[in-house]
Design a protein around this ligand. Sequence first.
Ligand code: GLN
Length: 297
Amino acid sequence: MNPITDVTDITDITVKQAYNQGRQILSKAGLDSPAFDALCLLSPVFGIRSRAELAIRGEQTVSPTQQEAYETLIRRRLREPLQYLLGQWEFDGMPLYVGKGVLVPREDTLALVEAAQEALEDVPSPRILDLCAGTGAVGLALARRIPDAKVTCVELSEDALPYLRRNIEAYGGDRVSCEVGNVLEQPRLSGTFHAIVSNPPYIPTSDIAGLQWEVRQEPAMALDGGTDGLDFYRAICARWTKLLLPGGTLAFEIGYDIREGVIAVMKQHGIGHIHERKDFSGISRCIFGTRVAKTPI
Ligand code: GLN
């Protein structure tokens, strides 16, 4: 929306004052980062994207319509994740489309992206399969980092697919494609891959209710990994690694307490040379290995 020009539309409140009010509402409600959130929410209403822009344009007056729009976003923030309200969230340099129905990409997931990228360093024109793709964060980041890679993203959720398709259109060019499929079932895809990557649902079912309220706004389908959190790792290792070329890489994101379980499942299914990679907090976040079995698994 443009800054107001019509004098009949002027209130006596400035952008800076609207921001301060917003920040206070979020702060009183006990949100973790009220100033950051109030600043981010200026963007959809006023087009202000940084503290520097707020300093420059802070004395401009706002229209009642703008004030109401901003306050509505602030109030919604008490019940909804910031990323869903903004509609886009950056991952690895790409402002991915996000919203209700799809998992918001986390920075931690870069551990998976980096591990897969390194494993594919010497592979010309690698073919990559991204299972439980969600927004497409992992597959799209790999396609961007490896210019001759071809990526197939698999997703089942009707709610997540529109975001995935939009992100592929915006950032994937003709090297990233999307397949509708259930990772818990046998693949209906043909072809072989140099790497399979996945950030599957991995929270044990009984932990879901105790998650932070914001995480509970995200789709249970993207979080719930079954009784021990390992359902998807088992299915991927048992059913999908047959699409992996011998010597190909299988790389998973994992939750903080399922490391041993994931390693055991991988070993059972002919995955060797298993390594891990930590996230920015020093938590083991990615487990990866190579398909050593030569015969079909
Ligand atoms: N990393 C997410 C969380 O901590 C979980 C994502 C997943 O289950 N793959 O909430």
